[in-house]
Design a protein. Structure first.
Length: 400
């Protein structure tokens, strides 16, 4: 696809953030044509480079999250580094950063200073706790947000501990909120004739918004929802069920029509005629009985047999996939969900393509994450016009 067809062509993003939430925002913008310049600390780089599973010392997650990004190194703690950073900001549209407010203030990169120097710049500041309040300057991470948001409290088995996810859940949810906020800020600037602005996103609030029923339930009814495992009694049967061949299947019965189909599919047509087992409020009182009837039927059959019956009956059910099954699903293969990308380190790598599918301005993956400082010469020498002698001095001093 020619570059000029990319919907965000002409937008330059400085990604000076680390780990997950901020970088994921820049990744999403880069998939749709924004030029993303990844700014990292000389010598060490983004900790994401070595986070999680590695191959030949290279982080697999780094490769995917840093797709399409041009990589430069710059020490923002030094005066020379700050001067160069401001030159980058002067040639850019969006800054994504996630340092604590006190650090940004020390470096002259707090929003007030940045806005005064670059009034058209959109600055996204992603932190653990957000601006304002006594926790604003504390280091924050997704795990803490998953705890404080209420997510962990309602996740897990009834008699088990609060449960944390084994992936960047809070970061990912915050990144999605922040990405659409960046687009709204650019719309305000470029279509409505406004200026730049600060976008303040923390890791707690976007995830808390997804489970707002917990706070509403407490606020209005004085009840604190607890853990129920994979069940949802208001929508019984809803659970993860083990099959005879040790596979798992999930069922949703969000409407009375769906639950009637389930009863008939599992040979319990008697329940399909009883309002106590159909109407959502009334079947909550029979949730355990309903759940057990479905579990017993599934336990006697293989996953293939279960899915054949459910698909014929138009039951809302799906197998619970592991990574291998996900990559081989015929529907996702038909959609081209996962793509192969040539990579100098791995040869090729299979990654998920852009999540959003757009008919006229599709996203793309040009390359995966690059080496630390791979684009120093191109960005500093080309974009900023710094000559070779000055670049050599900056390297010698550790500024880049």
């Amino acid at each position: 696809m020619p570059e000029q067809e990319s919907v965000l062509h002409g937008i330059r993003v400085i990604d000076a953030s680390t780990l997950a939430a901020g970088p994921m925002v820049a990744t999403a913008l880069g998939e749709f044509g924004a030029e993303v310049i990844k700014v990292e600390q000389p010598g060490t780089g983004d900790p994401l480079r070595t986070w999680g599973e590695l191959k030949d010392g290279i982080g697999l997650l780094w490769k995917s999250v840093s797709r399409n990004k041009r990589c430069v190194t710059l020490d923002l703690r030094s005066l020379d580094g700050q001067e160069i950073f401001h030159r980058l900001l002067g040639a850019s549209d969006v800054l994504v950063i996630n340092n604590r407010p006190s650090a940004l203030a020390r470096w002259g990169l707090d929003y007030e200073s940045v806005h005064a120097a670059h009034p058209q710049l959109v600055m996204l500041h992603v932190t653990g706790y957000g601006r304002g309040g006594p926790k604003s300057d504390r280091p924050g991470f997704g795990t803490l947000a998953e705890a404080m948001s209420g997510f962990a409290h309602v996740t897990g088995q009834t008699d088990g501990p609060p449960t944390l996810p084994p992936f960047f859940l809070a970061d990912g949810v915050a990144a999605q909120s922040a990405t659409y906020a960046v687009m709204m800020a650019l719309y305000h600037r470029d279509v409505r004739g406004g200026g730049g602005q600060l976008i303040d996103v923390n890791l707690i609030e976007p995830l808390a918004r997804l489970i707002e029923t917990s706070t509403l339930t407490y606020n209005q009814l004085g009840k604190i929802p607890g853990r129920v495992g994979n069940r949802l009694d208001a929508s019984a049967p809803r659970n993860a069920y083990r099959t005879a061949d040790d596979q798992w299947v999930a069922i949703s019965s969000a409407s009375p029509n769906l639950v009637v189909r389930i009863y008939r599919a599992v040979d319990r047509a008697d329940l399909a005629e009883d309002p106590d087992y159909i109407e959502p409020v009334r079947r909550r009182d029979h949730a355990l009985e309903i759940d057990q009837a479905v579990a017993d039927w599934i336990a006697k059959r293989t996953l293939d047999d279960v899915m054949a019956v459910f698909e014929a009956a138009e039951v809302a059910a799906a197998p619970i996939y592991d990574a291998r099954q996900l990559l081989s699903d015929e529907h996702l293969l038909a959609r081209g969900t996962f793509i192969q990308v040539d990579d100098p380190d791995f040869g090729t790598a299979t990654v998920q393509g852009p999540v959003v599918v757009m008919s006229e301005t599709p996203g793309r993956v040009d390359h995966l994450g690059q080496d630390l400082g791979a684009d120093n010469d191109a960005i500093y020498g080309g974009l900023l016009g710094i000559d070779a002698e000055h670049l050599a001095a900056l390297r010698a001093s550790g500024t880049i």
